[in-house]
Design a protein around this ligand. Structure first.
Ligand SMILES: *Cc1c(COP(=O)(O)O)cnc(C)c1O
Length: 352
């Protein structure tokens, strides 16, 4: 996809898909919200900061970004890439962005309202926690700050009737990062950035006569250049649209429910086992645990041992000053007996 004549079907399909996903996230009147297809959460977050920077610039302000201490590393990197000051880090003592601390930071930061972007998280990388979105949206409204929500991991909860309420307030964000190669079961790349107001995307407008000449655009040919920072790109909308069409909301929601149920079962298994310590009940489908009494070096050793033995691939996370083993359950075909077997494997990994 670089111009309509190269990819007419993909262009039409992408327009339908982005409109559908934008309405799913932001609700509101038809055509008010919009979305772009990206390569993933990292690019979506970058674009979100770029749109915020340009909006602030249009009002004569420099942009200051505020992120929770629990935010994804790509936000700080995006600020660096875009030549923005290093983001202000707002404490997240319980794993989620603290609204009182955010209020304080927004009050104390020098600069006019309209120059701030708050980036919250729905589905943190380490624990899958969702920031208090409604409180944060209220604070952003009160302080005139723009709100971005990085829902790369959590946005899939929108498909589930059971879990959707965990994202209450998401629709109030100005922009939202989705990553359908996580809870969406797409092969990479399947990133999305939604915006509440389609006019936000105007700043991406760009002309190249051989791709989107004014007279072609005026004659009604879709203009792809303003819908990505890339020129040629793969039609990633196709596989996403096929999945949505084949499974529907109910089908995807069932898969979300399934992995959340499996995570809860695994957490229960860990909690009931005297040889293990559970970090907390899973917020989405991530379970953090560690062998009871083990030190951090042993946690790292267990992970590497299982990896090099070729028996299991566990993640790791540094949280509350300690290292944890991390099981991010995203495969709906995982069976309860697989989880029992996993725990047995970890149990059998004693230090050298
Ligand atoms: C995965 C993730 C990202 C990065 O997404 P990529 O697709 O790997 O670029 C950003 N933010 C959060 C919260 C994530 O979970």
């Amino acid at each position: 996809m670089d111009s309509w004549d190269q990819a007419p079907a993909a262009s039409a399909l992408e327009a339908l898909l982005t409109a559908t996903l934008a309405a799913e996230v932001h609700g509101g009147p038809e055509g008010a919200a919009d979305a772009l297809i990206t390569t993933g959460g990292t690019e979506s977050n970058q674009l979100a900061l770029l749109l915020a920077r340009e909006q602030a610039a249009a009002h004569g302000h420099a942009l200051h970004v505020l992120v929770g201490a629990n935010a994804h590393h790509s936000l700080g990197r995006a600020a660096w890439l875009l030549g923005l000051p290093e983001p202000v880090t707002v404490p997240a003592p319980a794993g989620v962005l603290d609204p009182a601390a955010l209020d304080e930071a927004l009050t104390e930061l020098p600069g006019p309202p309209g120059g701030f972007l708050v980036a919250a998280t729905a589905g943190t990388t380490d624990a899958g926690l969702v920031d208090p979105l409604t409180d944060i949206a209220d604070l952003c409204a009160a302080h005139g700050a723009r709100l971005h929500v990085d829902a790369a991991y959590g946005a899939g909860l929108l498909f589930s009737d059971v879990h959707r309420a965990k994202l209450h307030g998401l629709d109030r964000a100005d922009s939202v990062t989705l990553d359908l190669h996580k809870l969406g079961w797409q092969p990479a790349a399947a990133g999305v950035l939604t915006v509440r107001a389609t006019a936000d995307l105007d700043v991406l407008g760009h002309r190249a006569d051989y791709l989107n000449a004014d007279d072609d655009t005026e004659a009604g040919l879709p203009d792809l250049l303003g819908r990505s920072l890339r020129t040629t790109r793969r039609p990633d909308a196709l596989k996403i649209a096929v999945t949505l069409k084949a499974l529907g909301r109910a089908g995807l929601g069932a898969l979300v429910d399934q992995v959340c149920d499996r995570a809860r079962e695994f957490a229960d298994l860990v909690a009931a086992h005297p040889g293990f310590e559970l970090h907390d009940k899973p917020a989405i489908s991530t379970v953090l645990f560690r062998p009871a009494g083990a030190d951090d070096d042993h946690i790292a050793y267990v992970r590497r041992k299982l990896l090099t033995d070729g028996t299991a691939v566990l993640g790791r996370a540094q949280l509350d000053g300690r290292r944890w083993l991390k099981a991010t359950l995203l495969n709906p075909h995982t069976r309860p007996e697989d989880l029992v077997a996993l725990l047995t494997l970890v149990e059998g990994t004693s230090p050298r």
